[in-house]
Design a protein around this ligand. Structure first.
Ligand code: HEM
Length: 677
């Protein structure tokens, strides 16, 4: 038996070694990371980062963790390779001229998007994010015009209303009255003082705002603000044990016994070919390299990590799983975004198992799909009704259905630009639902997280917050008599009057780019010039021309199927393009800057379709919120003062899921006194 295991291990090792060698030769041994497990493989997603000096595994979120200094500066080159035992050859780049050259190629489809990497976004239907070639061009042609002047005008006013509703529903006015009794809510021992609203995780608010923005301005849906204790917490805990029931307890025990059988089957199904070789190699290699000091501890650490992951998946079913409360659309969307990766990793039948996480996922996906279908049908009816004459409307077979729609529904149909334009221009039902889902998904988390970080950074740097508020008051001056908390007479024309607020948002996106990696794949062997050293020639004038002063450029053949990852944190923290890259300085966007080195919205012809939507939404939200409330960090010292470095470390902690997600952003909002100082 032992011989068999050793034999199999040896075969797997040799196989991985062969794949690894192939990957190294594909990138012509370009300097970079040599790993046993690829961070982009399924076991790579599960494994925790292993520490220096081994550096055998930097973790899935390494572009974010290492940024420029920890990766590109270490290898003294703005492009590095990554080769691992799964055989995939990858290049990571923070070199802007190289990205530009590649982008120029991209339009000729030499470096298309590797759409296989985006399978995770395909389950509700085909959409423009997962397509390439003609299908992408058609869907983009249809989608782009929906982001029209009319939509932005509506978004501008919607955001004002959303902030106002939030303030009213969450009772901020009342809670910031000096006479209001102190709140019972505390955060790390700090109790909010009179006049303060403490928000333990500001993403709770920004997520709902961003969802409301896309739902209302993008789709004309109703999305009333409802006060909730914590939206993200409610979602996390959805389906957690509530009232234990004896038969559920018994069933739970049955599950506990059968879990060890079910779990390996599931893993075998989808990941056998890659999971076992990579995982085994990682463990064996790690134990081997640390021998004789830590072998036992390391084995246990890896095992414990996998067991923990395994247990969350197969937690005991509870009353809530059989009798779930009705889930709301925004909760469904949030859960779908959270569980997307798992959804693609498991076979569909697993969703029917009475397991807590599976049931939660099934419910979330089901609810969202039903809502998107309903939305599409509603818009279809609207367009049908527009195209029928009165006679057909009254006598035709559709009369009952059309008659059932009230005028309000039809009104909304007019506003649902994103769906309406898709229907009118002939997307299939599958494409309409797939794209609607993508607009929701792409359009809410990215902006919500960025807004949370913008507020946190303004709280951490009060001098920039002052600058921002000065700009707001210079556009909308106030006296005690004229002060309007939510400026009524505003129109989209006002948007251009807030360049500093937009600069604060842009600087946040530079420091916290929501999309970490933008992948391209070489569709054929392609010769391209790549720099081989990022050391700057001291005689060069790098500010005026980023290409001047490079020490080495070489013509390099990128072999077919090599993945090239455009590394957003690498570019944004590259001192070649940004002075003091670690520093938060919104002013840099008020001066001339290298626009090609600002890539949160992607590059080239596949760049983000919703960039302006996100910018308009964010500026509108920030001006109305900051006009009424100043934002502050929560005191974290025993004497009630703030250690800014500690606070910044805390809110900068982030995990990389579909987008960069902050762990916790606690903030205090304090009502401003008017008129303006
Ligand atoms: C801070 C906010 C946002 C960021 C950082 C962001 C970032 C990005 C990036 C990097 C891409 C390119 C991905 C790639 O090439 O692989 C992209 C594509 C896209 N984004 Fe955004 N996005 C944001 C907001 C939005 C919003 C609000 C919407 C819609 C309302 C949206 C819709 C899209 C769509 C439809 C695409 C696909 C474009 C295509 O493939 O042709 N995004 N986004």
């Amino acid at each position: 038996m032992l011989e068999w295991i050793l034999g199999a291990t040896l075969v797997l090792l040799l196989l991985s070694l062969w794949r690894f060698r192939r990957a190294v030769s594909m990138v012509s041994n370009f300097p970079g990371l040599r790993l046993f497990v690829s961070p982009m493989s399924p076991p790579g997603l599960l494994l925790p980062a292993l520490p220096f000096p081994l550096f055998t595994y930097p973790g899935f979120s390494f572009p974010w963790e290492l940024k420029h200094a920890g990766l590109f500066a270490k290898f003294k080159c703005d492009t590095v390779s990554l080769c691992a035992g799964d055989g995939r050859a990858m290049l990571f780049t923070a070199d802007v001229p190289f990205i530009q050259r590649m982008s120029a190629f991209t339009s000729r489809e030499v470096f298309p998007k590797p759409v296989d990497e985006y399978k995770v976004l395909s389950y509700l239907g085909s959409n423009l994010v997962i397509c390439e070639g003609e299908s992408w061009r058609r869907q983009r042609r249809i989608g782009a015009p929906a982001f029209s002047k009319g939509m932005f005008e509506r978004l501008w006013l919607d955001m004002r209303d959303i902030v106002r509703e939030m303030v009213e529903q969450e009772r901020w006015q009342e809670r910031t009255e000096p006479t209001h009794p102190p709140s019972t809510l505390t955060y790390n021992g700090y109790t909010p003082q009179p006049g303060e609203v403490l928000v333990p995780h500001v993403v709770d608010l920004t997520l709902r705002m961003a969802l409301a923005a896309i739902a209302r301005a993008g789709f004309g849906m109703d999305f009333e603000w409802e006060a909730e204790e914590s939206f993200t917490k409610v979602c996390q805990e959805f389906g957690n044990p509530q009232r234990p029931h004896w038969w559920l307890t018994i069933l739970g025990w049955v599950y506990n016994f059968t879990d060890p059988l079910v779990a390996p089957v599931y893993h075998l199904f989808d990941q056998l070919s890659r999971a076992i070789p990579s995982a085994l190699i990682a463990t064996v290699a790690y134990v081997w390299t640390t021998w004789p000091l830590l072998p036992v501890r390391i084995s246990w650490a890896v095992a414990a990590y996998w067991v923990a992951e395994f247990l969350t998946m197969f937690a005991r079913p509870t009353e809530a799983d059989w009798n779930p409360r009705k889930i709301k659309v925004h909760e469904a969307l949030h859960l779908v975004a959270k569980d997307s990766t798992l959804r693609i990793a498991i076979p569909p039948w697993m969703m029917t198992l009475p397991i807590r996480r599976m049931r939660r996922m099934k419910l979330a996906f089901g609810t969202l799909e039903a809502e998107l279908k309903r939305l599409t049908d509603e818009r279809k009816m609207y367009h049908l009704r527009q195209s029928l004459d009165h006679e057909q409307l009254v006598k035709g077979p559709l009369r009952v259905k059309v008659a059932m729609m009230d005028e309000g529904d039809l009104e909304k149909g007019q506003v649902g630009n994103l769906v309406s334009s898709s229907i009118q221009k002939g997307l299939t039902d599958d494409e309409i639902i797939g794209n609607t889902y993508i607009y929701f998904l792409a359009g809410h988390e990215t902006t919500a997280h960025s807004l949370a970080w913008t507020l946190a950074l303004l709280a951490a740097y009060p001098e920039y917050q002052e600058e921002a508020i000065r700009e707001i008051y210079s556009v909308w001056p106030s006296t005690a008599e004229t002060f309007e908390p939510f400026y009524e007479n505003t129109t989209m024309d006002d948007y251009a009057k807030f360049p500093y607020i937009l600069a604060c948002y842009a600087e946040t996106l530079r420091l916290f780019p929501p999309v970490q990696m933008i992948p391209k794949v070489a569709a054929q062997d392609t010769c391209i010039s790549v720099e081989t050293s990022n050391e700057v020639n001291s005689n060069a004038e790098k500010e005026t021309d980023p290409l001047v002063g490079r020490n080495g450029q070489t013509e390099f053949v990128i072999k077919k199927d090599t993945i090239v990852m455009i590394d957003a944190p690498g570019v944004h923290y590259n001192p070649r393009y940004w002075e003091n890259p670690e520093k938060f300085d919104p002013g840099r966007f008020m001066r001339a800057y290298n626009k090609d080195a600002f890539i949160p919205f992607g590059v080239g012809h596949r760049a983000c379709l919703g960039r302006k939507f996100s910018e308009v939404e964010s500026v509108a939200m920030l001006i109305h919120l900051l006009r009424n409330y100043s934002v502050h960090l929560v005191p974290n010292r025993p004497d009630g003062t703030v250690d800014v470095d500690v606070a910044r470390q805390k809110f900068s902690k982030a995990s990389v899921r579909i987008t960069l997600t902050p762990a916790e952003v606690p903030l205090i909002f304090r009502r401003r006194s008017h008129p303006s100082p």
